[in-house]
Design a protein around this ligand. Sequence first.
Ligand code: THU
Length: 132
Amino acid sequence: MKKYDDLLETAIKSAENAYCIYSGFRVGSALLCTDGRIFTGCNIENDSYSLTICAERVAVFKAVSEGVTSFSAIAIAGSKDDDFSAPCYPCGACLQVLNRFCGRGFPIILADGAHRLSDFLPYAFNDSMFNK
Ligand code: THU
C-alpha cells in the first residue's frame, strides 16, 4: 500500500475539481500508466443526470485519447466533505471500462487499501462471449 500512497493523494487532490452540483459527492481518480505517466479524473455531473460521468472513466478516457492504453494501477477517493478516510468503491460501469484495458489482478487503490479488479468484478463481460 505504501508504494501507492502518493497515487491516492493525487486522487484526493483531483477530487477538488469535481463538478458535483447535484450529489455534492466529490470523487477523484489517479490512473498510473506503465510508462510512469499519471492521468487524473473527477466526476462531472450534468443537468441531464444520466450524462454524469465518474472520475475513473474520465481518467481512463483521457489516457486512451492520448494514445496510452497500458496501466499499472488506479487510485480512487470520494467524499462529501474533506474526509477521504472511507473507501469509495468503483461503480460497475467503471469496472467494465477498466476491464477492457486491465488484467484481472489490476490494483485498485482505495482508502482501505489495495484491491484487485477481480475482487469487484469476478465475472466480467468481455468479447470472448460474442467473438467465438
Ligand atoms: N461516482 C464516481 O465518480 N465514481 C464511482 O465509481 C461512483 C460514483 C460519482 C458519480 C456522481 O457524480 C457521484 O459520484 C454520486 O453518484
